[in-house]
Design a protein around this ligand. Structure first.
Ligand code: NAD
Length: 330
């Protein structure tokens, strides 16, 4: 099948080429994001392959559908950037990669916790400048701390296993109780109770209309004073203006983000010579107790290999008229 691959970086090409060796699809790479403005690039491609910040809203879907696209192969687990109802109406099939490496994301969440707590980023710079002072580097034992996990699916369970290894007490909130978490001794509670009792809260639920801004001015009131919030899931889970207020009042004592609600205009690009226009993001960067990474939690070679293999075999399934287990249904 002829596939237009959007938001394509060198690393995507490398892993997709390898995965495609036995499948023989015609892969054409486009660096820009897929939006209504770039949709014309997909003209005469029966399939497009998209990533998390591609904008598959109604306008884009109508444009690519009019130009002959029948399949969207997402290189991601999350599909919050696709207007699925419109895709169904237009007869476009959407497939995704439901699991590629839950370990990658869970390990990154643990990394953010350790960095915020023990301040490795500050220590690294200090020691390189022969400043061996420990002032400002004081942390706390993770052992015995209470960790609240919001969303205990594939990534949430891996994260629970890691934090159990540190000797943390684990509580969780989810619309379903995961037996693997119960086996680990995780106690399920409602969201206000989780927020009120956790020293560290980590978000691992998908972005849906129900979870949009699940962390907002109201829910922030439940948090313990000075607690830590980690988001490696999707930026839209947090109301950024409300979190800035909570950082200023020190309600939130540490914030670790791999995702940001307006990341589409920023992440995955080198903007080091640009003037960033997003004042809210720039304000976040001024806090000493905030660590932000640019949506890299998934970025391990194991994950990229799995993403590429599943994406290519999803495309092959559809090209051969087979039922694809990874099709997104409403
Ligand atoms: P999953 O589907 O296995 O688990 C999601 C869990 O969230 C499920 O247990 C589900 O019941 C729960 N959930 C759904 N709605 C909820 C609600 N309203 N309240 C509480 N819990 C709810 O997904 P996963 O593989 O564990 O991935 C979780 C999320 O991580 C993805 O949706 C994606 O947004 C994000 N992600 C981020 C990266 C990254 O690089 N930063 C990479 C992969 C995935």
């Amino acid at each position: 099948m002829k596939v237009a691959i959007f938001s394509a970086k060198n690393y995507d090409r490398q892993f997709l080429q390898e995965a495609n060796q036995d499948h023989g699809h015609e892969l054409v790479y486009f660096e820009p994001r897929l939006t209504s403005e770039t949709a014309a690039l997909a003209t005469d491609f029966p399939a497009v392959c998209a990533f998390i910040n591609d904008e598959l809203n109604a306008e884009t879907l109508e444009a690519i559908s009019a130009n002959g696209t029948k399949l969207i192969a997402l290189r991601s687990a999350g599909f919050n950037n696709v207007d699925i109802e419109t895709a169904v109406k237009l007869g476009i099939t959407v497939v995704r990669v439901p699991a590629y490496s839950p370990y990658a994301v869970a390990e990154h969440a643990a990394g953010l916790i350790l960095t915020l707590n023990r301040k490795y980023h500050r220590a690294y710079s200090r020691v390189r400048e022969s400043n061996f002072s420990l002032n400002g580097l004081l942390g706390f034992d993770l052992h015995g701390s209470t960790v609240g996990i919001v969303g205990t699916g594939k990534i949430g369970v891996c994260f629970a296993q890691i934090m159990k290894g540190f000797g943390c007490k684990l509580i969780a909130y989810d619309v379903f109780q995961n037996p693997s978490c119960l086996e680990l001794g995780v106690k399920y509670v409602d969201l206000p109770e989780l927020l009120a009792n956790s020293d560290i809260v980590s978000l691992h639920c998908p972005l849906t209309p129900e979870t949009y801004h699940i962390i907002n001015a109201e829910s922030l009131q439940y948090f313990k004073q000075g607690s830590m919030l980690i988001n490696t899931s999707r930026g839209g889970l947090i109301d950024t203006k409300a979190i800035i207020d909570a950082l200023k009042s020190r309600k939130i004592g540490f914030l670790g983000l791999d995702v940001y609600e307006l990341e589409g205009n920023l992440f995955f690009e080198d903007l080091s010579d640009e003037v960033i226009q997003d004042d809210i993001f720039q304000r976040l960067l001024t806090f000493p107790n905030v660590v932000i990474t640019g949506h890299q939690a998934f970025f391990t070679r194991n994950a990229l290999q799995n993403i590429a293999q599943t994406t290519i075999s999803n495309i092959t399934d559809i090209a051969q008229g087979k039922v694809c287990a990874n099709e997104v249904k409403i």
